[in-house]
Design a protein around this ligand. Structure first.
Ligand code: MCN
Ligand code: CUN
Length: 795
């Protein structure tokens, strides 16, 4: 099916909402919109103390001494802790999610500006912050390594001298595809195009910064931790391993979260400090970072320097793609990706095209910058992969003098080729690319836009049309290939139907704004016919939900969504047995009509799911051997990822006098398989497209040569508002996933993945009269101005 949704669509009122899938107002909104949300910073406990962190002003420096005496004497201060004190307890270092270690508090050296050096616990936030200024740290400043290329020079200062035997700043090497085969195809190709493409360091900057409240009860021996986490169960197990506490003595609660965008996947030193603070004071301790702390010290995104090469025939048949990547991982490898995938899912850089060979070689290095890398709606680095392939395909179109839409249409994987195994070993489950592309072109009025552009060019006006077509791989596991520190990427789900037919579904994933309280109720409703309003979603509390790996990589719908559908089917199967006893017919004689079982051919004889629920708990007889109750539990291990796709078209106008870029139109056609709640999907797309405008035109975390972060506030790190973005024009196609129980694919990161290349392709297209083939993000007026004058802006 292909449908063009109107720009403005009304949604059904909650009272008349359809059961199951469809547009439905979010169940969480009455709470959130009326200020009744409960975020980590809203947690208030009796006797609670407040924690503040002293951070390094330098990117690279040896710690000579730390004097905390004045801070300890400051009013309200209860505790001051340094790295040396943590080292005595064996807690100065903690494991990262990618088998590296990271300092909780620096002991020997500081390795990036903003690194945690000491913390103060005091009676209020102000007393804690004031005391930070009284801590006297003597630093011996060292030369920092800021440029990723400098990191590999033999005489570059050594950053990770804490690692045994380490003599350079090399972090890891990684490769995928067949080098020799790819070389052979390149050697015999008619046309080879090469371009150096940088995806700069950016930051997810969620509205709510990171924080935690730790409450250790010394009598029970139990730690309760409220924290801004996208993966409560994974965090709990890691705390258990590090702290030596059993998991049942740790309860991780992720309350309402004000945006995560991957920023809330890693375990940050601040969380550990809050736990230590509570252990040492015997009081609850709250830590909330401020905006600058969030921007300078928490998980960044991207920072890939990529050399892209593409080989093709003269008539535009793409043969091979090759890339060489220099990856900046900062001071510690704190990437949150499945362990066997150190570069995340960058391996899908072959995009949506049927090609003969592909190869990628990557070198990752340490630099004196904050750790992170996998964040900002990246689908595990698919943002970088899609940017690379969609930019290099446009470079090829430029060289061949071919229309970029035509070039893409000519090379798409064809529908009959699915499931399609790429040259780097990814099995795309399903796809039908051409209709998606044609729909985007129809909505855009592509041919007419090209005519308009030609007329404008003749008048010296700069208008650009950019296309990006993407395929994503989302929904990690299966657990045999994918794990985080040994924890397999599968998800549990539990469903209980109460006697009156109301239900509770417990999830291991956790929303940060994606609307899970609504959509997971809809999935269950669709399967067992109980209205979504009668289904409560419980999540974000390890004591009250089954184990699972959490929300990131748009895996909630592909993995937990499948679990929710299957657990509901399990309940329905039991309900059917009960119905057959109630109606005195065999199971085979029953039809399921949403919400009730009906005797075949006799619609008058039926029982509703609510009647069945009462019987399951009630006084009457149940079939022989059946236990009472109506509930089930499942752990879903996906057989493959899901592969959503989309076609994006962007129209920009560039002011020839000021080089200012205006995004005039943006058309996004997405295919995420079966659509659970179209309104929520649109919200996800609108948000991701806005992110794309930010990354393409405004956002960059830059550093000066001393390693000072130049994007430490929202005055310097620019994020877009409604003023910078157009009215989004969306459409969709539906190609269900064949292996997902309801055919749904993930969508939460699609727009962030697909929009930056569409916007950059549009700007570069606008600059075609200047002979420009590539310019690096963010395309600020000064960069566009330089590009128009044939100058590359230094990174
Ligand atoms: N959905 C649907 N039909 C589909 C697919 C999804 O109705 N076929 C709905 C889902 O039910 C869910 C939402 O769309 O309510 C997103 O689902 P999914 O694609 O499974 O993604 P996740 O729920 O796993 O969300 C994670 C994803 C990631 S990794 C980032 S980063 C990101 C994103 O979501 N962070 C966000 N979108 C965000 N949106 C908000 N508001 N806040 C964030 O922090
Ligand atoms: Cu890469 S950001 Mo999301 O996967 O949480």
């Amino acid at each position: 099916t292909t449908v063009h949704e109107p720009k403005f669509t009304a949604f059904d009122d909650n009272d008349q909402k359809p059961v199951g899938y469809g547009r439905m107002l979010r169940k969480e909104d009455p709470r959130l919109l009326r200020g009744r949300g409960r975020f980590t910073d809203d947690v208030q406990l009796p006797g609670m103390l407040h924690l503040a962190i002293l951070r390094s002003p330098f990117a690279h420096a040896r710690i000579v001494s730390v004097d905390t005496s004045a801070a300890e004497a400051s009013p309200g201060v209860r505790l001051v802790v340094t790295g040396a004190m943590l080292a005595e307890k064996g807690l100065a270092w903690m494991p990262t999610l990618s088998n590296d270690v990271q300092a909780v508090l620096a002991t020997d050296k500081v390795r990036f500006q903003g690194q945690e050096v000491a913390f103060v616990v005091a009676t209020d936030r102000y007393a804690a912050r004031d005391a930070l200024e009284l801590i006297d740290v003597e630093y011996d400043v060292l030369d920092p390594v800021i440029d990723v290329r400098r990191a590999l020079e033999p005489d570059a200062p050594l950053i990770r001298d804490d690692l045994d035997g380490k003599t350079n700043n090399h972090c890891f090497d990684w490769e995928t595809g067949d080098e020799a085969e790819t070389e052979a195809v390149f050697a015999s190709a008619d046309v080879v195009v090469q371009e150096d493409i940088v995806y700069p360091r950016v930051h997810p900057a969620p509205m709510e910064t990171c924080g935690a409240v730790a409450d250790f009860d010394p009598v029970e021996g139990k730690l309760k931790l409220w924290s801004t986490t996208q993966a409560p169960h994974a965090h709990r197990t890691l705390y258990a391993i590090v702290a030596g506490l059993p998991e049942h003595k740790i309860q991780v609660i992720a309350p309402d979260i004000g945006g995560g965008f991957g920023n809330k996947v890693p375990i940050y030193p601040g969380y550990v400090c809050a736990i230590v603070g509570s252990l040492l004071t015997g009081k609850p301790v709250k830590w909330m970072e401020d905006r600058s702390e969030n921007l300078i010290s928490t998980g960044f995104a991207r920072d890939y320097i990529m050399r892209g090469e593409i080989a093709a025939t003269r008539d535009g048949r793409i043969l091979a793609i090759r890339t060489n990547v220099l990856a900046d991982h900062g001071a510690f490898n704190g990437t949150a990706a499945p362990v066997k995938y150190p570069a995340g899912f960058f391996g899908v850089f072959t995009g949506s095209y049927d090609i003969q060979a592909a190869y990628c070689k990557m070198t990752a290095v340490y630099t004196n910058k904050a750790p992170g890398g996998v964040a900002y709606a990246c689908s595990f680095r698919i943002t970088e992969a899609v940017y690379l392939v969609e930019r290099i395909v446009d470079c090829l179109a430029h060289e061949l003098g071919m229309d970029p839409a035509e070039l893409r249409l000519k090379n798409f994987i064809r529908p009959e080729q699915f499931p399609y195994e790429t040259k780097t070993g990814w099995v795309y489950d399903s796809g039908n690319y051409e209709p998606t592309m044609r729909l985007a072109m129809d909505i855009a009025g592509y041919a007419e836009l090209r005519r308009e552009q030609e007329a404008k060019r003749a008048r010296g006006e700069l208008m650009g049309i950019g296309i990006a077509f993407f395929t994503e791989a989302v929904g990690a596991g299966p657990r045999k290939n994918m794990d985080i520190l040994g924890l397999g990427m599968a998800d549990g789900c539990e469903l209980r139907v109460h006697p009156t037919g109301k239900a509770v579904v417990r999830l291991s994933v956790k929303t940060q704004g994606q609307g899970h309280e609504t959509t997971f109720a809809q999935i269950v409703a669709e399967e067992i016919g109980i209205p979504p309003a009668d289904i409560e979603v419980v999540h974000g509390d390890t004591d009250n939900t089954p184990f699972g790996l959490g929300t990131y990589g748009s895996r909630s719908t592909p993995v937990s969504g499948a679990a929710a559908a299957l657990v509901a089917r399990k309940v329905r199967d039991k309900a059917q047995l009960i119905a057959s006893a109630m109606l005195e017919v065999t199971v085979a004689d029953l039809d399921w009509v949403k919400g009730a079982f009906q005797v075949k051919g006799d619609p008058g004889k039926s029982v509703t799911i609510q009647q069945i629920a009462m019987r399951a708990h009630g006084a009457g007889d149940l079939p022989d051997g059946m236990e009472g109750g109506l509930e089930a539990q499942i752990c879903y291990n996906p057989s493959n990822l899901t592969y959503p796709h989309g076609a994006y078209i962007c129209v920009v106008d560039v002011d020839p006098g000021t080089a200012q870029v205006k995004v005039r139109r943006f058309i996004a056609v997405d295919d995420c398989g079966t659509r659970i709640n179209p309104m929520i999907i649109e919200g996800q797309i609108h948000g991701g497209l806005t992110d794309g405008v930010g990354m393409a035109l405004m956002e960059m975390i830059a550093f000066d040569e001393d390693g000072n972060c130049l994007g430490a506030s929202l005055m310097d790190y620019l994020i877009p508002t409604s003023l910078e973005v157009p009215d989004w024009e969306t459409g969709y196609t539906v190609t269900p996933s064949p292996h997902h129980p309801i055919g749904a694919k993930g969508v939460g990161e699609s727009a962030t993945v697909g929009s930056p290349p569409a916007i950059v392709n549009a700007v570069v297209d606008a600059l075609k009269p200047f002979g420009v083939r590539h310019a690096d993000m963010p395309l600020t007026p000064s960069r566009v101005w330089d590009a128009m004058r044939g100058q590359a802006t230094p990174p």
